[in-house]
Design a protein around this ligand. Structure first.
Ligand SMILES: *Cc1c(COP(=O)(O)O)cnc(C)c1O
Length: 236
């Protein structure tokens, strides 16, 4: 049996290889450990092995872990779907939010971010696969949302995030990640200072790095299978 520390090391090694392959500095890729449905001790083990950033999908579960792990200096990312009634707690308890896809959600996060905290780091979720069931704004709707968020004092727009349609085809994976990168490049050309592309999961993070990912969100490759099924059909 391999340990979390060993799997984490294996993922790091592959991130370095994928980066070096295309002449990127591996330091430009941040590994976000997706710890939804994992017990507190799994996060503790990963932290001890040097992992600092963790992504959670379910608010209540995340808040419980945050209390249990409050002795650790963890950077918390909220990566799940966001309902309006959860924005206050998300704004109070996270460093990053990856799935912003509505103006109303951004406004509520901005209003609820406590003044003594650093601005909440935001990625706009873009739906590049045009699947009606998935969250995210259409690429052409990204700019108006980016413009609005850029004016909000308690939010800091960092970039874009996507959850592409799952596929075994590397060519299709590449195409989807490239679409997100092009969307980001279009915004940069219009003057937005975006430095983040949050894309790539356990099955495709190396392809995502090749296409410019700066944050890869990796769960099962680090922690193994999740102990309880996702309550929401976020990924297949
Ligand atoms: C669960 C999840 C991941 C990680 O998925 P794995 O396939 O376990 O790596 C990444 N991003 C989001 C938004 C998720 O919900």
């Amino acid at each position: 049996m391999t340990t979390i520390a060993e799997r984490l090391q294996a993922v790091r090694t592959r991130i370095i290889a994928a980066s070096n392959n295309i002449g990127r500095n591996a330091d430009s890729v941040m590994l976000l450990a997706v710890s939804k449905a994992q017990p507190e001790k799994a996060l503790r083990e990963a932290f001890t092995a040097g992992q600092q950033a963790f992504g959670e999908n379910y608010l209540q579960e995340a808040l419980e872990k945050q209390v249990a792990l409050s002795d650790l200096d963890i950077e918390w990312h909220f990566i799940g779907p966001i309902q309006s009634n959860k924005t206050q707690l998300i704004a109070q308890h996270f460093d990053w939010v990856h799935g912003v896809d509505r103006l109303k959600i951004a406004e509520r996060l901005n209003a609820a971010r406590p003044a003594h905290m650093a601005p909440l780091q935001i990625c706009i979720q873009v739906n590049i696969s045009d699947e009606a069931s998935k969250g995210g704004v259409a690429p052409e709707e990204t700019e108006p949302l980016a413009a609005a968020i850029s004016k909000m004092p308690n939010l800091r727009l960092r970039g874009l995030m996507t959850i592409p349609a799952p596929t075994d085809s590397v060519a299709l994976q590449q195409k989807q990640f490239r679409m997100l990168r092009e969307c980001r490049d279009m915004l940069i050309a219009k003057g937005y200072a975006l430095d983040t592309l949050s894309m790539g999961m356990s099955d495709d993070y190396e392809v995502a790095i090749t296409e410019g990912a700066t944050i890869v969100r990796v769960g099962s490759a680090i922690f193994g299978a999740r102990i309880k099924p996702d309550s929401e059909p976020i990924i297949v």
